[in-house]
Ligand binder design. Structure first.
Ligand SMILES: Nc1ncnc2c1ncn2[C@@H]1O[C@H](COP(=O)(O)OP(=O)(O)OP(=O)(O)O)[C@@H](O)[C@H]1O
Length: 895
């Protein structure tokens, strides 16, 4: 197996890395912390997943990244494989998001399946891989410090010796299983054997013989009784046949005797019936005679002229005709009576109505006359009032005869005078005012004059041109006073004339009113007179109407009385008709009585005829019966002679004997059958016991065989178990020997010196170093460098043992060494270089070494450089071409 290519994304310090790995020795170098170990870890992780990690999945994803991807291409046994893993750091935990392994003919998915596939393919789990192929940094002491037991486990495991132990365990398990089954079967066998013993002790075959001979005895007895029973049955049936024959004859005889009795009594009964019939005929004849006489007596009363049906029918038709006539007449009369009664009633009602109307009309006439009287009274009153008004008018008119004015002028005159007085009164007032002012002027002038001043302008009088005006004024006052007195005189004259005119105006007005009243009342008096006359005329007219109505009423009453009388006459006729109808009913009854008797006579004749016929029939039948009777009597005599009482008796005896025998033999046979059944049951029981015994014997044989087989199998399992144990011990011994040899060879190669004689690995996997003087050292007592070399030797020895020990498809993984030179001085480093060369010669295809050592770098076929960018803290991987170039560039680490 070898790695072909590793590609990383966000794995530990790597952001992106892709490295092809070649055959031969590859040295990976770089500064501390640049990511060398991480690269190897990646290869390892790609194969085995989380199992291959020291820490957890969280650690491998680059800090801060969400996803990491690892791809590894490798070849094994000539086939190419590619593993792809993708991790996802989401939330708190990192998980495997994808895990796929693709081979040439298989694709495996899922971390668990991929790991299982790889373990199966490489025949190594992660631990074995570590122990064999991957010498991890700082793990150099692991195998040295391990206890011999642990060491043994590791080595056994690598060499697959563990399988043998497993097989031995399985063989042991099988042995234990066999032991369980065997002890169970042994128990069963013992049980079956004791059952067989029990059954054998019962002596089953002898018992069966006894029972079978008893059974055959019982069978022959049964046979004997059955033969006897058959004979008895025959005897019985023969006797029964004889008895049956006699029984038959006797039964016939009995029935013939019965028949004879029956016939005799039937004949007697028939004869007595015939006698009865004859008597009946006689009786009927007598009855007919009586009825004929009765009919003769009734003929005249019923109005019949002959005692025949025809006469009866004719009389009935006659009566029916008469009845119809009477009924028709009576119906008509009833209708007429009803009509008359109705007319009388209607007329009486009409008379009442007329009388009422006459009374009403009279009443109306009286009212009209009273109205006329009242109207006349009113007229008289009004005429009296007219006369009074006439008198007043005459008196008023008389007052104008000596008056200053004529009637009709008084009012006009009064208005003229009032107008004139008004004018004069105004003149008086005017004059009064003028006079007053004239008097004042005079008085002022006189006062001024008295003060020596001009009354006109106030200037001293001496100089006044106006002194003569005062005289004029005094004149004016006198004139005005005269005019005023005159006017006052006129006013008082006018007052007097007006006073005289007043009553005349009043009388004039009153006269006009009175005359109007008088004319109106006179008119209305005339009207009242007219009304009275009209009322009187109307009253007279009503009275004559009333008289007429009364006459009509009394006429109607008379006619009504006539109609009633007529109705009574008709009703009397109806009574007569009803009486006559009743007499027709009676006549009919009489006819019916005759008809009924005639019918009865006819019935009696029929009856007599029937009786006669029946009697004749009976006579004929009886003659036939008598013939049959004679025949039966002959047969009876014959049968009486044929019955033999003695033979019957003997047959009865035989029958009884046979029956008794049959009864007894049935009981005996029942008992025997019971016995046989019980014997057969017992035989069945014994036989099934015998069968059980046989099958137990078979079972015992089988079980014995099975136990023997289990014994053999057990022995084999024990042998196998031991063989596996021996084989392992043997193999281990051989391995230990070989391993010791290989270890010494390798150790000599890397650390040959004079101090140590050789290394020892004993059967218990105890390791020690034998010194030249023969004393032994524990490897832990070696120096650090020695221990590293010892460990390397041991690893390489194991690796070689594996390569030699397993043919063909040996896993031969790449030998991976992480910092193997840590504890070594330069001399030993060159020894290591030799070891590596040796391993390569041995056929290890791929050796990967992480180292800073120049010497190792120089020995490399391929040089890989790992660098970390201090700014980004991201690692990169690069191939440095040949080791020689690398050396030339002088790029080496110095730890
Ligand atoms: N998950 C991670 N994310 C980022 N960087 C990581 C992570 N895990 C480890 N590292 C870094 O990777 C480096 C460890 O790498 P590694 O052990 O492979 O170095 P080395 O080259 O083998 O060192 P030395 O020569 O000392 O053995 C450290 O610098 C560490 O900080």
């Amino acid at each position: 197996m070898k790695f072909d290519r590793i590609r990383l994304r966000n794995f530990r310090p790597y952001a992106d890395a892709d490295l092809g790995l070649r055959d031969g020795v590859t040295v990976i170098h770089g500064l501390n912390g640049s990511g060398k170990s991480s690269l190897l870890e990646a290869c390892f992780f790609a194969l085995y997943g989380a199992k291959a990690l020291e820490g957890t999945l969280d650690d491998v994803v680059t800090n801060g990244a969400e996803e990491a991807e690892i791809d590894l291409w490798f070849t094994h046994a000539g086939a190419a494989y590619h593993v792809h893993r993708r991790l996802r750091a989401s939330g708190e935990r990192t998980t495997t998001a994808d895990c796929v392994l693709e081979g040439s003919d298989a694709t495996v998915e899922g971390a668990r399946d991929v790991r299982a596939f790889v373990v199966d393919l490489l025949r190594m789990d992660a631990e074995a891989f570590v122990n064999c192929a991957y010498v991890r940094q700082g793990e150099v002491n692991q195998l040295i410090n391990a206890s011999p037991g642990q060491r043994q486990d590791v080595i056994d495991d690598l060499l697959q010796l563990g399988r043998l132990e497993e097989y031995r365990d399985r063989a042991g398990d099988a042995r234990l299983g066999i032991e369980d089954v065997r002890s169970e079967k042994r128990g069963e066998l013992r049980k079956v054997e004791s059952q067989i013993e029990e059954k054998e002790a019962k002596n089953l075959y002898a018992a069966l013989d006894d029972l079978e001979s008893t059974l055959s005895e019982v069978d022959s007895k049964i046979e004997h009784y059955e033969t006897q029973r058959e004979k008895a049955r025959e005897t019985k049936s023969e006797a029964e046949a004889v008895l049956e024959e006699y029984e038959g004859k006797r039964a016939e005889l009995d029935s013939v005797v019965d028949d004879i009795d029956d016939l005799e009594s039937t004949i007697r009964e028939a004869e007595s019936e015939r006698e009865t019939l004859r008597e009946r005929v006689t009786e009927a004849h007598e009855r007919m005679g009586e009825l004929d006489a009765e009919v003769d007596d009734r003929l005249d009363a019923a109005g019949l002229d002959a005692a025949t049906e025809v006469a009866v029918d004719r009389r009935r038709d006659e009566l029916d005709g008469r009845e119809a006539e009477l009924r028709e007449e009576r119906t008509e009369a009833k209708a007429s009576a009803t009509g008359l009664r109705n007319q009388a009633t209607n007329l009486a009602a009409k008379a009442d109505d007329l009388a009422d109307r006459a009374a009403e009309t009279e009443e109306r006439a009286a009212e009209l006359r009273a109205d006329a009287d009242a109207a006349e009274t009113t007229a008289e009153e009004r005429e009296a009032r007219v006369a009074d008004l006439e008198d007043e008018a005459t008196a008023l008119a008389a007052r104008f005869e000596d008056a200053p004015v004529d009637r009709g002028e008084a009012a006009t005159r009064q208005d003229d005078l009032r107008e004139r007085r008004g004018e004069v009164r105004e003149r008086v007032a005017e004059l009064d005012a003028k006079l007053e002012s004239a008097k004042e002027r005079v008085a002022e002038a006189e006062a001024l004059l008295a003060a020596g001043k001009c009354p006109e302008c106030g200037q001293p009088v001496a100089d006044s041109p106006h002194a003569d005006r005062i005289d004029d004024d005094r004149e004016r006052v006198a004139e005005l006073e005269a005019e005023l007195a005159d006017a006052r005189e006129q006013v008082s004259t006018l007052d007097d004339r007006l006073d005289a005119l007043g009553p005349l105006v009043t009388a004039e007005e009153r006269l006009t009113d009175v005359e109007a009243d008088r004319d109106r009342l006179a008119e209305r008096a005339a009207e009242a007179r007219e009304t009275a006359a009209e009322n009187r005329e109307a009253a007279a007219k009503r009275e004559s109407e009333a008289t007429e109505l009364r006459e009509q009423a009394s006429e109607a009453r008379e006619v009504a009385a006539d109609k009633r009388e007529e109705a009574e006459e008709v009703e009397a006729r109806i009574d007569e008709l009803s009486a006559e109808l009743e007499s027709i009913d009676e006549a009919r009854e009489r006819v019916d009585a005759v008809a009924e008797r005639l019918e009865r006579i006819a019935d009696l004749e029929d009856e007599m005829e029937r009786h006669r016929e029946r009697a004749a029939g009976i006579e004929e039948t009886n003659d036939e019966r008598r013939e049959r009777l004679a025949e039966k009597r002959d047969r009876r005599d014959e049968l009486r002679e044929a019955v033999d009482e003695e033979a019957i008796e003997s047959a009865r005896d035989r029958q009884a004997n046979a029956e008794a025998y049959l009864e007894n033999v049935a009981d005996e046979l029942d008992a025997l059958a019971g016995r046989r059944d019980s014997i057969q049951t017992r035989i069945g029981g014994v036989r099934s016991d015998v069968e059980a015994l046989e099958s137990l014997r078979d079972e015992r044989d089988e079980l014995a065989e099975r136990v023997a087989a289990l014994d053999a199998l057990h022995e084999e399992a024990e042998r196998l178990e031991a063989a596996y144990g021996d084989l392992r011990a043997e193999l281990r011994q051989r391995n230990v020997e070989t391993l010791e040899r290989l270890l010494n060879e390798t150790f000599d190669l890397v650390y040959g010196n004079d101090a140590y004689a050789h290394l020892r690995l004993n059967g218990e996997y105890e390791l020690s170093v034998v010194q030249k003087d023969g004393s032994e050292l524990d490897p832990t007592q070696l120096s650090g460098g020695e221990r590293a070399l010892f460990n390397l030797s041991l690893r390489c020895a194991i690796y070689r043992l594996l390569a030699e020990g397993i043919d063909g498809a040996a896993p031969m993984p790449p030998l991976i060494l992480d910092e193997p030179t840590v504890f070594l001085d330069s001399g030993h480093v060159s020894r290591l270089v030799d070891l590596v060369a040796e391993m390569r010669d041995m056929g290890v295809a791929q050796i990967v070494i992480v180292s800073h050592d120049e010497e190792l770098v120089g020995a490399a076929d391929d040089l890989v450089r790992v660098e970390k960018d201090p700014r980004t803290n991201r690692s990169t991987v690069s191939r440095s071409g040949s080791a020689v170039e690398e050396l030339a560039a002088g790029v080496t680490d110095d730890d």
